[in-house]
Design a protein around this ligand. Structure first.
Ligand code: SAM
Length: 332
């Protein structure tokens, strides 16, 4: 989204009112407009009839999206752009669930209450959905499925980068803690044929992930704050620590430290906040974490400190060149 304009008035205008753009993306993803559009260009009237929308309103929404490279507009017809193709359900790298996730009530309604976070430092979600983010998803299976699919979708680039930059072949048993649908662990085991894996996540997530289980991939339901964690040679912790404030983050890391044999490697996989002042996805993700979960994106230094407080020593940071880093740590 190009909201940064050279003219300062335009910067404020575009940024203040620009939220209609992501909201249009959520709605179009929900309606399945990209699925209704094949290779032949179609008018908005025609598409609206397929997806049950108002023809003129849909045309205006698609005109806005096309101005930002989602769909292409030629006269009164629309065709696919590379970005709109990613909104198709059948695209092998579909990002439809990712676009839908940000439109779920827990995301969108929570941002109405962002002022609460700014005033208090607490998650805005506690005013909108006091049961908390994870309980919200557990209680709404349909939305939980969208979230888990979105996690798989967003991880595609990251998984490729992780596999290209880290050798997992020497590990016997690899635990993916908070591994969601098992997308990372499954790919890691494909790359390390002699390794076995344990996918650890909340019970409703593990239930949904049943299809990924195999002779080499075991499932373990539990809560990493309460339940015993598996004993493994390596632990994957992808985009878990950013969900939590420092106190809970240390509790999760200490739980792993308590379960891990001395030789075990911990791989904290996160998008690191860079030290420069430039626009960066990590700075947006950081505000999502603040508002939704009371979590945060962290700098490398902040991770090093959290690890030290939890009994780990950061050995190295591997930049996967896929927008995410692997922080490799060992017992201190
Ligand atoms: C942001 S998602 C990350 C999923 C996956 N690691 C990835 O990066 O794609 C966080 C995961 O933590 C899990 N989770 C949250 N609270 C948990 C808890 N108390 N115990 C175990 N897993 C938990 C969620 O169910 C979810 O799958």
């Amino acid at each position: 989204m190009s909201v940064i304009e050279t003219n300062p008035f335009a910067t404020v205008i575009q940024m203040a009112g620009g939220y209609c753009l992501p909201r249009s993306l959520h709605v179009v993803a929900d309606l399945g407009v990209a699925d209704a559009l094949e290779e032949t260009p179609r008018t908005a009237t025609d598409l609206a009839a397929s997806v049950g929308a108002h023809p003129e309103a849909l045309g205006r929404i698609l005109r806005l999206l096309a101005a930002h490279e989602v769909f292409e507009m030629q006269g009164d017809t629309f065709s696919h752009s590379p970005a709109s193709r990613l909104l198709r359900t059948d695209h092998p790298q579909s990002m439809r669930a990712f676009a839908q996730m940000f439109g779920l009530p827990i995301f969108w309604a929570t941002f109405e209450a962002l002022g609460h976070s700014v005033r208090t430092g607490l998650p805005a979600a506690e005013t909108t959905f006091p049961e908390g983010f994870w309980a919200y998803l557990a209680q709404r299976p349909e939305e939980g499925r969208v979230f888990n699919a979105a996690m798989g979708a967003k991880a595609q680039g990251a998984v490729a980068g992780i596999l290209a930059s880290y050798d997992f072949s020497g590990f016997g048993l690899i635990g993916d803690i908070g591994g969601g649908s098992g997308h990372l662990l499954h790919a890691v085991l494909d790359n390390a044929p002699n390794a076995r894996g344990v996918l650890f996540d909340l019970p409703h997530v593990i239930e949904e992930a049943a299809g990924v289980a195999s002779e080499r991939l075991a499932l373990q339901a539990g809560d990493f704050f309460r339940d015993a964690l598996p004993t493994c040679d390596a632990y994957l912790l992808m985009e878990i620590i950013h969900d939590w404030g420092d106190e809970e983050a240390v509790a999760i890391l200490r739980a792993i430290r308590g379960a891990a044999p001395l030789h075990a490697k911990l791989l904290v996989i996160e998008t690191i906040v860079p030290d420069d002042p430039n626009p960066d996805w990590s700075k947006m993700l950081d505000i999502h974490m603040l508002a939704l979960l009371g979590g945060r994106q962290r700098t490398r230094q902040e991770y090093e400190e959290l690890l030290a407080q939890s009994g780990f020593l950061l050995q190295r940071e591997i930049d996967t060149r896929a927008g995410i880093s692997i922080l490799e740590a060992l017992a201190a």
